[in-house]
Design a protein around this ligand. Structure first.
Ligand code: FES
Length: 127
């Protein structure tokens, strides 16, 4: 009887671990892949934070671009509260350098490669 219970505990633990592993792979895969496309947006260097489609453009203290997809489950971050980027789904918060300040997310925002046109009017984002 004791052996059967032990076997069931191990089997259930293994099944749960497998489910969590697969779920994590499926739900977070889009955060790790790059489409190879370029996205071009109007650029306003006077705006500290801009939400452009699936991207967050921060201009101070330096110009940086992050994916707007929350690293918890991928919801699109589209607002700020004070000086924090806040996920509308479960409340994760990030600073303007993309670092996690409050979970449930535990990974920082994904930084994107970006370049500004010579006349500083457009921003091109890789990805
Ligand atoms: S998806 Fe952003 S906190 Fe859960």
């Amino acid at each position: 009887m004791k052996g059967r219970r032990t076997f069931l505990k191990i089997a259930i633990t293994g099944a749960v671990a497998f489910f969590v592993f697969v779920w994590n792979k499926l739900t977070l895969q889009h955060l790790r892949t790059s489409s190879g496309k370029q996205h071009t947006f109007p650029f306003n260097k006077n705006k500290t934070v801009a939400f452009n489609g699936g991207f967050i453009v921060v201009t101070k203290p330096e110009i940086r671009v992050f994916s707007a997809h929350c690293t918890h489950l991928g919801c699109k971050i589209d607002k700020m509260q004070g000086d924090r980027l806040v996920c509308p789904c479960h409340g994760s918060e990030y600073d303007l350098e993309g670092k996690v300040l409050k979970g449930p997310a535990y990974r920082d925002l994904t930084e994107m490669k970006a370049s500004i046109s010579e006349d500083a009017t457009t921003l091109t984002i890789e990805g």
